[in-house]
Write a protein that binds this ligand. Structure first.
Ligand SMILES: Nc1ncnc2c1ncn2[C@@H]1O[C@H](COP(=O)(O)OP(=O)(O)OP(=O)(O)O)[C@@H](O)[C@H]1O
Length: 271
């Protein structure tokens, strides 16, 4: 396992926000975390990344998290937080280079080029970061984070907190296909928080759905993304349709009949 978490709990301001979570991520595996707003997903990820204190045990690449020397850990574990504020006047290329080993400073780093192309930001390479759109900034931050661990030896884990939340559908596919390929080809273990159930169904090898700081259910998409689990966790009515591709698609049904504007014909009537 590239990541092993045992009985992890986190209290914030005297409240238990994450309670007794255990999980593991194997080399090459994509584990996705789901759950409603406030379920404790980001807090769990912050604890696993060592950003906040917790009780329980966290092992990264075979070694206790707290025993890693920081510069070594940075080559084994990369973290993309939910929000990254970038207001300094660096170019796209310079920001990605920040995450790379110092040996590449001052000369062309082929990994920077590879990441810019893979995440569709090569055309923005000389643009200043504060001028980028939200989705461009998010792809840039992912490139910077991936630059820390890509093409390096050893067990590695990637922690992603809603890394596609600002992206259009085509870029969501591009980014998650790249992350999945990185996992498969380089044996990186991925722990990713997502809200989009269909992206989770498509890209996760395994899912954990959280509610009120605890693991509510764990398994593959067909086991976790069922109408009854979605109703219990989100209070959300959905139809789950299996696709021939091997994963389901989730269609929201809303809380009752659709209220149409009186003068507007439905799409079916219009066609
Ligand atoms: N510093 C803090 N002090 C007290 N409570 C906090 C603190 N930070 C977060 N919380 C609370 O902990 C709970 C879990 O927050 P967390 O950010 O982990 O949720 P989440 O599942 O990631 O939600 P979202 O989907 O909205 O990002 C929330 O109720 C939040 O208000």
């Amino acid at each position: 396992m590239v990541l092993s978490v045992r009985n992890l709990s986190v209290s914030l301001s005297g409240t238990t926000v994450v309670s007794d979570i255990s999980l593991s991520v194997a080399a090459g595996e994509v584990l996705m975390l789901l759950g409603p707003n406030g379920a404790g997903k980001s807090t769990l990820l912050k604890a696993v990344s060592g950003e906040i204190s917790s009780t329980g045990r966290i092992v990264v690449g075979g070694c206790e998290l707290n025993n890693w020397e920081p510069s070594q850990l940075a080559r084994r574990r990369a973290v993309m937080p939910q929000r990254v504020e970038v207001n300094f006047p660096l170019t796209v290329e310079e920001v990605i280079a920040l995450g790379r080993p110092a040996v590449f400073r001052g000369c062309v780093d082929p990994v920077v080029q590879k990441l810019m192309e893979a995440l569709d930001i090569a055309q923005l390479r000389h643009r200043l970061v504060p001028e980028l759109s939200g989705g461009e900034q998010q792809r840039l931050q992912l490139a910077r984070v991936l630059g820390q661990i890509i093409d390096t030896p050893g067990q590695r884990v990637l922690l992603l907190d809603e890394c596609t939340s600002a992206l259009d559908p085509a870029h969501q596919q591009l980014v998650l296909e790249f992350v999945q390929r990185l996992a498969r080809e380089q044996g990186v273990g991925v722990l990713a928080i997502v809200h989009d159930l269909n992206l989770a169904a498509q890209f996760a090898d395994r899912l954990i759905i959280m509610r009120e700081g605890r693991c509510f259910h764990e398994g593959c998409a067909c086991e976790v993304l069922t109408p009854s689990v979605l109703k219990a966790v989100y209070g959300y009515r959905a139809r789950v349709i299996p696709l021939p591709e091997g994963y389901p698609v989730i269609v929201p049904l809303g809380s009752g009949p659709v209220q149409r504007a009186p003068s507007k014909p439905s799409c079916r009537q219009a066609s």
